[in-house]
Design a protein around this ligand. Structure first.
Ligand SMILES: Cc1cc2nc3c(=O)[nH]c(=O)nc-3n(C[C@H](O)[C@H](O)[C@H](O)COP(=O)(O)O)c2cc1C
Length: 375
């Protein structure tokens, strides 16, 4: 199945620890993850990941079973350590109505159904992680914090590789102190949420080019670079910075196997050079997506934004209605800063081109040195 054998890659500490052939990770894509995409990337020789943050434990168990029916290779399940922001439990129906009142006219105009208030009912991280441990998943990646030590110990005991995500050097150090196996250093070019956990996300905005080498220097662990890597040039740059693998999200979101709608995939990879921005307005937590009317309205100074994840419910209703109505300006179009480099295709051909081009870029750079030495 794997095409990875066509290229000869020396193992890195990341590929060795995970037992994969290529230093390429399909980043978890939250609700846009699919079993098919995870398995396709793992079968190819990389690490496929599935974002299970929104799933109840029974559903996570099913997903793991389905991925296992599609691949024998290593894959990762990803969870969010902190599942809600302060205020999610105390936010009232009046708060909900205040936030909804701004967006309700749009939802109605697009023929959608208005969401109704119900008190916040969390899915417990402890219950989700229990499924991962019982199923002995090959790898557990996480964002927004560090799991309690007892869970990390249990994972280690049953041989689950631990991948923690850092958006700053201090977060990388904290993950290393907790004993994770691999640090994912995620620069602010990345699509989706900023998983900062030591300081507010707005105070943790480091670009991949700055973050990766500083994390490599700060921790004695293998580092995976994430954020803005969408082609061979980005991958080679990340390797030059000291990363031992690259994690790409937007690249895989644009593939046919992802859970993204056709409108979403076209907006990322349609060649019209979309501009992205950061907003808290889509979910209550800072995240990157394509700038459109929805983002402008949610970033307006008078926007009413509920604590995560309550805001997600309201804006999600609008986004779904807009998607149905084909109104791109009001759809949440998650995307990293390098989305415009992509063309939509399926995962295996996208990986074929990437792997081939990485060698080309690396050879080109090696050629420079010879030229300057001989000139
Ligand atoms: C739609 C979307 C959803 C994401 N969901 C998660 C998630 O649930 N957990 C996580 O750790 N990272 C998540 N990410 C981050 C990706 O796994 C990856 O690190 C990031 O996209 C890399 O940057 P890039 O978008 O520039 O490739 C998400 C990214 C996107 C675009």
């Amino acid at each position: 199945m794997s095409n990875a054998s066509q290229a000869s890659w020396k193992p890195t500490r990341v590929t060795k620890k995970l037992g994969i052939e290529l230093p390429i990770v399909q980043g978890p894509l939250g609700g846009f993850s699919t079993q098919r995409l995870t398995a396709a990337v793992s079968n190819y020789g990389g690490l496929g990941s599935f974002g299970a943050l929104n799933l109840r434990p029974e559903a996570i168990r099913d997903v793991i079973g389905e991925i296992r029916s599609l691949t024998q290779k290593t894959f990762a399940i990803n969870l969010w350590i902190s599942m809600e922001d302060e205020g999610a439990f105390t936010s009232t129906e009046q708060d909900f109505e205040r936030s909804l009142s701004r967006l309700a006219p749009h939802i109605r105009a697009f023929g959608g159904t208005l969401p109704t208030y119900s008190p916040y009912q969390p899915i417990r991280f402890q219950d989700q992680v229990r499924v991962l441990i019982d199923a002995r998943v090959p790898a557990f990646s996480f964002i927004y914090g560090i799991p309690p030590a007892e869970f990390l110990d249990e994972c280690r005991r049953v041989g689950i590789a631990l991948l923690g995500t850092a958006t700053t050097v201090d977060e990388a150090r904290a993950l290393a102190d907790a004993g994770v196996d691999i640090v994912v250093a995620s620069g602010f070019e990345a699509g989706g949420h900023r998983g900062s956990f030591l300081r507010p996300a707005e105070e943790s905005l480091m670009g991949t080019m700055s973050l990766v080498p500083q994390v490599v220097d700060a921790v004695d662990l293998p580092v995976i670079a994430a954020g803005g890597i969408a082609d061979a040039r980005g991958a080679v740059a990340a390797f030059a910075l000291g990363a031992e693998a690259v994690q790409m999200g937007t690249f895989f979101l644009a593939t046919e196997e992802s859970g993204a709608s056709e409108l979403h995939r076209r907006a990322i990879a349609g060649g019209h050079r979309a501009v992205t921005g950061l907003t808290r307005g889509f979910t209550g937590r800072l995240a990157r997506a394509i700038k459109n009317q929805l983002m402008d309205e949610m970033n307006a100074p008078d926007a009413v934004i509920l604590p995560y994840p309550l805001q997600r419910t309201i804006v999600g209703s609008l986004s779904r209605a807009a998607l149905q109505a084909g109104q791109e300006e009001y759809v949440q179009i998650w995307c990293g800063q390098s989305g415009s480099l992509l063309r939509s295709t399926s995962a295996a051909p996208a990986l074929d081109s990437l792997v081939k081009e990485i060698s080309g870029v690396a050879d080109r750079i090696a050629g420079w040195r010879q030229t300057s030495e001989t000139s």
